[in-house]
Write a protein that binds this ligand. Structure first.
Ligand SMILES: [Zn+2]
Length: 310
């Protein structure tokens, strides 16, 4: 059956496959077309021998998008490593994994069935326990998809499009996925005696506290917010807040300013923690203003030889 559908509706070109979009289409094909755009999210790779699945680029860990976001600083060859190539002397290469991945992901990999032998890795359907594609679950998926139309764009897509340096985008991605270590998180794991924010000592140090709710962060944001309704700004939860501002829906805080200010506040917190030095709010505002200006010039191509320096 699949070769009939392939012959009738797909055409190979130099750049890939073209999908037929018009003319008479069978009911099955119409159904398949409806779920085509869902496939990247609806399928994942089941690791058997681990020799086909790419460790960073493919979706293979349960409930996780591809790990490529953590591979930004790796050389190209390392980004193309397969899962089996991450095995060293009969075990995962933990020294390497711990250096580049957050702890919870390293733990999840530790619990993942170990790739063994030379069996070929297989693509599986995520929505059935067996991993087999069924028309029923595909149909249900289209219904869920249709029910939430117009579907908001996934937050990470907007984050990656933000016209600001890579490090600020990577930071926002990690923040949106709660992959940053704070005192609140350390205290939950009994690594530190209390969760308090060392800057204001007025509440637990969560991600949102550091980049928005700490009085220090609030002071800096207030300078840039101008006439933006402040009370709304400080009310939403972390993911809605990031989503709203990276999609550029605010007329006052554009996506570059948003990404840069969040990142600077986080960096500032780390400097405070390790060097016991805290920039004044005025210094922070001046540094952010200058950096945003440089970034805007660079991204608008006004300064061709301009290099953005953090
Ligand atoms: Zn604080």
């Amino acid at each position: 059956m699949h070769s009939i559908i392939k012959g009738k509706y797909f055409r190979q070109t130099e750049t890939g496959w073209l999908v037929r979009n018009s003319g008479r289409m069978s009911n099955i094909w119409q159904g398949v077309r409806q779920v085509l755009h869902l496939l990247p999210d609806a399928t994942m790779c089941q690791v058997k021998g681990g020799q086909q699945v790419l460790f960073w680029e493919d979706r293979w860990l349960q409930d996780r998008p591809p790990l490529s976001v953590f591979a930004n600083n790796l050389p190209n060859e390392a980004r193309r490593l397969t899962v089996s190539e991450m095995i060293l002397n009969g075990d995962w290469n933990f020294d390497f994994l711990q250096a580049v991945l957050p702890k919870n992901l390293v733990m999840q990999i530790r619990l993942h069935p170990f790739p063994q032998g030379s069996d070929v890795d297989v693509p599986i359907w995520r929505f059935t326990p067996s991993g087999r594609f069924t028309l029923k679950t595909a149909y249900e998926l289209t219904q869920v998809d249709a029910a939430v139309q117009p579907q908001p764009e996934p937050c990470w897509k907007a984050i990656w499009r933000t016209p600001s340096p890579q490090r600020t985008r990577s930071f926002l991605w990690l923040a949106a996925h709660q992959c940053l270590l704070t005192n609140a998180e350390r205290s939950r794991k009994h690594l530190v005696p209390n969760a308090t924010c060392p800057i204001c000592r007025g509440g637990p140090e969560t991600i949102l506290h550091v980049i928005r709710d700490c009085p220090y962060a609030r002071g800096v944001w207030s300078h840039f917010l101008a006439e933006e309704p402040n009370d709304l700004f400080f009310q939403s939860n972390l993911s809605s807040w990031i989503r709203y501002y990276v999609t550029g829906r605010s007329g006052v805080i554009d996506a570059s300013l948003f990404a840069i200010l969040c990142w600077k506040l986080w960096k500032n917190k780390n400097i405070q923690a390790f060097e016991k030095k805290l920039a004044t709010m005025e210094e922070m505002i001046a540094a952010v203003t200058l950096y945003v200006q440089q970034v805007r010039w660079a991204f608008e191509g006004r300064a061709q030889s301009w290099e953005v320096i953090a």
